[in-house]
Design a protein around this ligand. Structure first.
Ligand SMILES: NC(=O)c1ccc[n+]([C@@H]2O[C@H](COP(=O)([O-])OP(=O)(O)OC[C@H]3O[C@@H](n4cnc5c(N)ncnc54)[C@H](OP(=O)(O)O)[C@@H]3O)[C@@H](O)[C@H]2O)c1
Length: 279
């Protein structure tokens, strides 16, 4: 099986390549943004047609949610047009497509964990562009896997590394305690994606680690595990106004995994524990 990873130098792209490398049955094609610009339709069609992958896993995205609020066209190009190009090009050669999406497709106003059967209502440009990407992938290629995740960390820039770095120059840190979600390791997400493809389990899936916490609680746990002494104080979202509205309660439930082949993700505490040991 030939697997093409786009956006291969991002957090998820790196982890997928690491896991696929252990599988000798898989021929891996890694395309970073300089090898393949997913927003360029002609480049995507010729790249896919020349290389003929069996499956394309799209890890490319504009993930800077605040930047999306001002760079709206760029956000639509990368998060909507890019997946559209890949889905259509894959469809033309009979290949499958994996599109990774986000909890930001929901408004985060309901105090319950959200399943794949709940109504979407994005409140930000990032959320809107990712949702349009989902819709186009679904419409243009019936052999699709759409996988929504949240609070992702892995090999790259992320919240965990930011907090550890901040602790080196600050004795006290204020962290938001009124937004809840589930920190998710790229290790768990990549395992799930690889299994979905192996099983040909098409459709829409939520994939986060298990459990929930606030950013404040997450930081406390990171510092506890790392033996960092900086003081962490809870604060409200209002104290840190940002261009993109953050969802208040953004806990996803992996219902489709539970109802089909099973949910192999770990608790967020177990996953962060392993990640910090390797950091
Ligand atoms: N990070 C999170 O907390 C989070 C949460 C929920 C969902 N997600 C979703 O999970 C997926 C993976 O996220 P991630 O954290 O691994 O992202 P990431 O680390 O930000 O990586 C994104 C990659 O996309 C590439 N890219 C940007 N524009 C491109 C283009 N036009 N053509 C090709 N590649 C392009 C970037 O390359 P350059 O650096 O060279 O531009 C970068 O390597 C994304 O779909 C994201 O929306 C992420």
């Amino acid at each position: 099986m030939k697997v093409l990873i786009t956006g291969a130098n991002g957090q998820l792209g790196r982890e997928l390549a690491k896991q696929y490398k252990q599988n000798k049955q898989v021929e891996l094609l890694r395309a970073g943004s300089l090898d393949l610009d997913i927003t360029n339709m002609h480049q995507v069609y010729s790249f896919v047609n020349e290389n003929k992958p069996d499956v394309i896993i799209n890890c490319a995205a504009l993930t800077a949610v605040d930047k999306c609020e001002t760079e709206i066209d760029l956000a639509y190009k990368i998060n909507t047009i890019g997946p559209k190009n890949l889905a259509a090009a894959a469809n033309k050669i009979g290949a499958e497509i994996v599109q990774v999406s986000t909890d930001y497709v929901f408004d985060g106003s309901v105090n319950k964990s959200l399943t794949e059967f709940d109504n979407v209502n994005p409140q930000t440009i990032y959320g809107k562009t990712k949702l349009e990407g989902e819709i186009l992938v679904k419409n243009l290629n019936s052999k699709h896997y759409i996988v929504r995740t949240a609070w992702l960390y892995g090999d790259g820039n992320n919240f965990v590394k930011t907090m550890i770095n901040l602790s080196k120059t600050n004795k006290t840190l204020k962290v938001v305690n009124d937004q809840r979600g589930t920190p998710t390791s790229t290790v768990d997400l990549a395992r799930v994606i690889i299994k979905l493809v192996e099983d040909k389990n098409y459709g829409l899936f939520h994939c986060t680690c298990k459990g929930e916490c606030s950013w404040y609680e997450f930081t406390k746990e990171i510092f506890r595990l790392k033996g960092i002494n900086a003081e962490v104080l809870p604060c409200t979202t209002d104290e840190f106004p940002r261009p993109a509205k953050r969802p208040e309660y953004s806990v996803l439930r992996n219902s489709m995994l539970e109802l089909t082949t099973g949910d192999i993700t770990r608790t967020w505490q177990e996953a962060i524990g392993e990640y910090l040991k390797l950091l």
